[in-house]
Design a protein around this ligand. Sequence first.
Ligand code: F6R
Length: 616
Amino acid sequence: MCGIVGYLGNANRNGVDVILEGLTRLEYRGYDSAGICFRNEKSELLTIKSVGKVQNLKSLLELNKNRPISNMAIGHTRWATHGEVAEKNAHPHVNGKLAIVHNGIIENLYELKSYLQAEGVQFSSDTDSEVFLHLTYKFFNSGASLKDAVIEAFKLIKGNSAFLVIAHDLQEMIAIKRVAPLVIGRNSYQSEVFVSSDPFALIGYADQLLFPEDEVVAVLTLEEEPQFFELNGAASKRFSTQNQQMHYSDLGKGSYEHFMQKEIFEQPLLIKNWIHHYLEGQGKKSVEELTKLLSIRPEKIGRIHLVACGTAWHAALLIGDMIERTSRIPTNVQLASEFRYKNPILHANDIAIFISQSGETADTLAAQELCKRADLFTLAIVNVANSTLYRNSHFNLLTHAGIEVGVASTKAFTLQVLTGYLFSKILKEREGFDRNQFKHNVYELLQNMERGLDRAGEIAAIASELYSKKGFIFTGRGPYFPIALEGALKIKEIAYVHAEGYAAGELKHGPIALIDEEMVNIAILGSELFEKTLSNMEEVRARKGIIFAIAPKEFSEVRPRLGNHDFYFPLEYGKEVDLNPLYVSTLMQLFSYYVAKMRGTDIDKPRNLAKSVTVE
Ligand code: F6R
């Protein structure tokens, strides 16, 4: 949560523009407020902040007749934790001499704040971040270099954070982090240096990326290569270097109205690329290595823990089910925020799989740490290469979903499940992994998905009948239960309407009380247990609930009408196809997209959310 960006360069580029562009790209990390602080030619630090999206900040700057120009600037886009959404709580925090931006949480805020207040420090915001400004200034003002002042302040704070600090009289930026993401960018053609929470903000600016490890302080100037130091002041080699792998083409939404829409529709192409990568491309190596790693006898593996948050947890539920059905190895699917505090039973012969789009989710990272301490083999199914989760895992399977800009996850979910499916097949078949059959299954999904997306108009028409209803209860059994959970989450987050996902058989144990003429039941009928789900649907019908049924095509021959609205998909009774739930999930993504559009919400940046949840 929160995005930080920094620029120090020569006169060829205006740092203010770099920061505004960077903040626009980092807005997915939070959009409660945005701010920029830059140094002018008189060595003064000037700050402009505004509540709401980065566009508000841009408009403020455009109103300014003398458009600011600077060669050193830092910026921030906020997802509020401490302190309401207000200009005074927007970053950067500045005291005239120093300016800081912060992503993360200072856990010992109250203790440090009382200490500073007792020394006469006045606070002008309610944020935890401002504590870091005053602590750093205290050391800086007593003669420490900016680097040493940041180190001393950093040693005093608890919690996971990334900071970027500048001073009015220095041409340097100091960056440091613990767990929260931070990347430094350089380019080969100009003397300039960039800092960001995500390489995404640096596309087109930096071709070389440097990732400092935790508690390594980076000193960035124009005279020298970035310098890294340990907290004891010694030079550090704890950073990694990588070339920028993202391109301009990753930035736009093409002809689509929303990123979420684009991301739903690009799924078939991504699946095609994904299967090529793992079966014929560079990913072949990962498949071979994983086969080797898993070529131990099944009885040697204890349990497989699958840990994640939100949508990624729904993917974990599906993957856990795939593993149990195919390999009969017990799985333990857990929400990371619960798992990390429940003193889980872990044995060294267990495997722990962490699923994450961003690879920066605080709870997932903490769960991973816990498993590593218990000597478990850890594997990440992760989208962002080089993210913290990726770097800390023993083995990674990248999902290759590309950059997901829409805050609500769509394509990332699909590719997480597919990647988990690959894992489950390798685990089951090991040396005998049947690539042709696997490819056939994935292509079947691909073709169905393409046909499903071609029918988006039908889903939009159903959404137009239902979008104003009071609430939505999604139901499904077996692998369609996680799809029901995911469908409900999607519609909640982007359409701001109450929704629940339930195992179809659970409805009568309570939630059926919610059913009336204004409540919609989205009933997903798979090819297995369909009679049971059908009965559950009838229970809703008897109570005048509105039914949107999604069912195998054969139903249309037996019963021309299932619910008030029906959508039939190409699947035969009793012949469940491994990946069909993903096809249905795409329909659910479309449905929530259209409902949200009709309700007029901010689809790509739904209120109160941020894409990367780096606080617990
Ligand atoms: C919902 C959504 C979230 C994320 C969750 C985990 O659409 O995107 O529920 O799935 O915050 O994030 P990652 O996958 O980055 O760990």
